[in-house]
Design a protein around this ligand. Structure first.
Ligand SMILES: [Zn+2]
Ligand SMILES: [Zn+2]
Length: 298
């Protein structure tokens, strides 16, 4: 199993000389199974998917394309109208994502191709495009992988994905904030019960990531930043390192970089993650920072 990064930045693209080392594109990750070249699995459709589309075109082949979305916030879908295989006859593309109470996945995705936002209409997409609305708890089997979903903590229904194949496991959290009971802090009644419930939910996530050979985790904030951003739906580096430790992950890749952060600041962020890991006395887990075009083999 190989995992390749095409976009690593959260919230909004951040191009320019200050982000050139790690990259400025929003989330897009390719999950490659060399034994199944007829399937192309893509996690997220941030702006990184544009270049991946060009790379697919350059192969002159037409694999079946599966795009798995953690959720439909802009930074996870706004590369899609620029994904060239959409416009090419013969491509078979399925988009998977969590179902929402208000709108179907297809409505959300095509909403961004309305003439108010984009000059090319949906009718001009020549590929065969289908949508699969995923329900909480629904699992998948694609391209030789068993894929489990997990309901994450974010302001819209968001899924993490766990891929298993040939005894290897890769887990992706998508956007996620550790659950807390901050909503009722200070209230007298039921707090202890709620604490237990919150702990149980966080433990379910640890089990979801259990023994991952590679864990890609939201780590948008420093600990300091997180204290002013509780409820925004993201984790700090400490949260990511703690999750990976509890789950006994072998490798952790910090992901969904804050757009304000330049390359040197990202280096510092990685260092803080390594320090946190030392505090937890874990010398066996390796920590990396997601970087465009980097590839991991597990
Ligand atoms: Zn995001
Ligand atoms: Zn989001």
């Amino acid at each position: 199993m190989k995992i390749k990064f095409w976009g690593v930045r959260g919230s909004i693209p951040a191009p320019g000389p200050n982000t050139v080392r790690y990259g400025g594109n929003t989330p897009c990750i390719q999950v490659i199974n060399d034994d199944k070249p007829d399937d192309c699995i893509i996690l997220e459709a941030g702006t990184g998917i544009r270049e991946l589309g060009l790379a697919i075109m350059a192969t002159k082949k037409q694999p079946k394309i599966h795009i798995l979305l953690s959720h439909t916030h802009w930074d996870h879908i706004h590369g899609l109208p620029f994904f060239v295989p959409f416009f090419v006859p013969g491509f078979d593309i399925t988009i998977y994502g969590p179902v929402h109470y208000e709108k179907k996945l297809s409505e959300i995705m095509m909403g961004q191709m309305d003439y108010a936002y984009f000059p090319v209409s949906e009718a001009q997409l020549s590929a065969n495009i289908t949508y699969t609305d995923l329900k909480i708890g629904q699992n998948l089997s694609i391209g030789g992988y068993d894929i489990q979903t997990h309901h994450m903590n974010h302001p819209i229904t968001t899924f993490g994905y766990r891929f298993t194949e040939g005894g290897k496991t890769f887990v992706y959290t998508g956007d996620n904030e550790p659950r807390s009971n901050f909503q009722v802090e200070g209230e007298d009644s039921g707090e202890e019960e709620l604490d237990d419930f919150v702990e149980e939910l966080n433990n379910l996530l640890v089990e979801f990531a259990r023994d991952a050979d590679l864990l890609i985790a939201d780590s948008q904030y420093t600990d300091e930043e997180f204290s002013t951003k509780v409820g925004w739906g993201h984790s700090s580096v400490s949260h990511a390192v703690t999750l990976a430790n509890k789950a006994n992950a072998k490798k952790l890749v910090l992901f969904h970089h804050e757009p304000m952060r330049n390359d040197d600041q990202l280096d510092e962020l990685l260092e803080s993650g390594i320090q946190k890991n030392k505090e937890l006395n874990n010398e066996s887990m390796e920590i990396f920072l997601a970087k465009e075009k980097d590839e991991y083999e597990i």
